[in-house]
Write a protein of this length. Structure first.
Length: 108
């Protein structure tokens, strides 16, 4: 692929995504938001991350997989428990990766 085309593609993606991110920031930066709206907006990152994560954990080859052969679902349970108990991002990631690595090593 031509370097110019790659550069123009990256530049086009930046032009398309930057205003979508910057406009709400600029529009709301100098305003006091209603406490209810602030509380609602606080849940948005968690909801988005959960929606993205659920597809990776529950779907396998485009179909629902909730059986014991789904190692990502098996890893999600102790990782979720670690997140609740420790509130540690790195601990949660380490537990999840460790369980997936263990399942793959032992052929589960």
């Amino acid at each position: 692929m031509d370097q110019t085309l790659i550069f123009l593609t990256i530049l086009g993606m930046a032009v398309a995504t930057y205003p979508v991110r910057a406009l709400p920031l600029l529009a709301l930066a100098s305003r006091d938001l209603h406490p209810g709206l602030r509380r609602f907006l606080g849940f948005v990152p968690t909801a988005v991350l959960s929606a993205m994560l659920a597809q990776g954990v529950l779907l396998e080859d485009g179909s629902l997989s909730v059986g014991p052969d789904n190692i990502f679902l098996l890893a999600a349970v102790p990782a979720f428990a670690t997140a609740i108990l420790t509130r540690s991002f790195f601990g949660t990631v380490a537990v999840g990766m460790g369980v997936v690595a263990g399942c793959r090593y032992f052929g589960l």
